[in-house]
Design a protein around this ligand. Structure first.
Ligand code: HXC
Length: 258
C-alpha cells in the first residue's frame, strides 16, 4: 500500500513506520493519522510482522498536531469529529508491540503519540513537551493523563503549565523513556530491540502488553489478579512447554506462537 505521509518498510519480522511530513516537522494532520492507523492495522494483520517501530526524522519525531489544520476549526468541528479520538483508540487497540524511536522534537500530539507506543527509546537530541498552553489550548491525546501517570504530577504540571521542553536525560530520569542512545545509533538500537522482541512467542508478547497496559486501567488488587490469571493461562501454550524445556536442556527455545 502506497502512503504519502508515512513510509513503511518490513524487514526481518519488524515493520518500520516512519512519519514523513518533513516540511511540517511531521505535524499530525488527518491524512497522516489515517495512514498511520491503516499501516498499524496492516502490521497487526500481517503474520510476518512481530514488532513495530514508530519513528520520525532526526529533527522531529512529530512537532504536534498540525496547527495550520487546527487553526481553521471551532469547537463544533473538533467536538463533532472528535479530533484524533478514534485514531488514538485505534492505535491503542494494536496488540503487537510498538516501540517508539524518538529523535528531535516530540511535542504536543507528537509526545502523546510516542506515549501511546509501548515504550520509548530516545536519542540524546530528543526533546519532549506539551506546549499546547502557548496556543491557548491544552493537551488532547494523553498529555495531561498518560504523562502524569508516567512522570508524576509535579513534572506533568510543570510541562503542561509552562510548555517547557524536557531533554532526553530528564526524560530518562523521569521514566518517560526506557533508554537514551546517541542520535546516530538510534535506529540501530531500535531495530535490535525490535528484533529481540520478535524472537519471543507472540502469545507471550501480547499477554505482557495487555497486562502492563491493564495496570493503567484498574486497581492494584484487580491488576495483580489479572496478571496471575494471564500467567496461569500461558501454561496452556506449547510455547510455555518449549521455553521451559529449552532452559532445562540448555538450548535456545523455538517458539511457534502456539
Ligand atoms: C504545523 C508545524 C508544526 C505544527 C512545525 N511546523 N510544527 N506546522 N503544525 N505543530 C512547521 C512550521 O510551520 C514550519 O513550516 C516548519 O514546520 C519548520 O518549523 P519551524 O518552526 O520553522 O522550525 P524551528 O524554528 O526549528 O522550530 C521547531 C519547533 C516549532 C520548536 C518544533 O516548529 C514549534 O514550536 N512548533 C509547534 C509545536 C507545538 O506547539 N506543538 C503542539 C501542537 S498542538 P513553514 O512552512 O511555516 O516554514 C497539539 C495538540 C494535540 O499537538 C491534541 C490533538 C487532539
Amino acid at each position: 500500500m502506497a502512503y504519502e505521509t508515512i513510509i513503511v518498510e518490513i524487514e526481518d519480522h519488524v515493520a518500520l513506520i516512519k512519519l514523513n511530513r518533513p516540511d511540517a516537522l511531521n505535524a499530525l494532520n488527518a491524512q497522516l493519522m489515517t495512514e498511520l492507523c491503516k499501516a498499524l492495522k496492516e502490521a497487526q494483520a500481517n503474520d510476518k510482522v512481530r514488532c513495530v517501530i514508530l519513528t520520525g526524522s532526526e529533527k522531529a519525531f512529530a512537532a504536534g498536531a498540525d496547527i495550520k489544520m487546527m487553526s481553521e476549526k471551532g469547537f463544533v468541528d473538533v467536538f463533532s469529529e472528535d479530533l484524533f479520538g478514534p485514531e488514538s483508540d485505534a492505535i491503542m487497540s494494536i496488540r503487537k508491540p510498538i516501540v517508539a524511536a524518538v529523535s528531535g522534537y516530540a511535542l504536543g500530539g507528537g509526545c502523546e503519540l510516542a506515549m501511546m507506543c509501548d515504550f520509548i527509546i530516545a536519542s540524546d537530541t530528543a526533546k519532549f513537551g506539551q506546549p499546547e498552553i502557548n496556543l491557548g489550548v491544552m493537551a488532547g491525546l494523553g498529555g495531561s493523563q498518560r504523562l502524569t501517570r508516567f512522570i508524576g504530577k509535579s513534572k506533568a504540571m510543570d510541562m503542561n503549565l509552562t510548555g517547557r521542553f524536557m531533554d532526553a536525560d530528564e526524560a530518562e530520569r523521569s521514566g518517560l523513556v526506557s533508554r537514551v542512545v546517541p542520535v546516530k545509533k538510534l535506529m540501530e538500537e531500535a531495530r535490535s530491540v525490535a528484533e529481540k522482541i520478535a524472537e519471543k512467542s507472540m502469545i507471550t508478547t501480547m499477554a505482557i502488553k495487555e497486562s502492563v497496559n491493564r495496570s493503567y486501567e484498574t486497581t492494584l488488587r484487580e491488576g495483580l489478579l489479572f496478571e496471575r490469571r494471564v500467567f496461569h493461562s500461558l501454561f496452556a501454550t506449547e510455547d510455555q512447554s518449549e521455553g521451559m524445556a529449552a532452559f532445562v536442556e540448555k538450548r535456545e527455545p523455538q517458539f511457534r506462537d502456539k
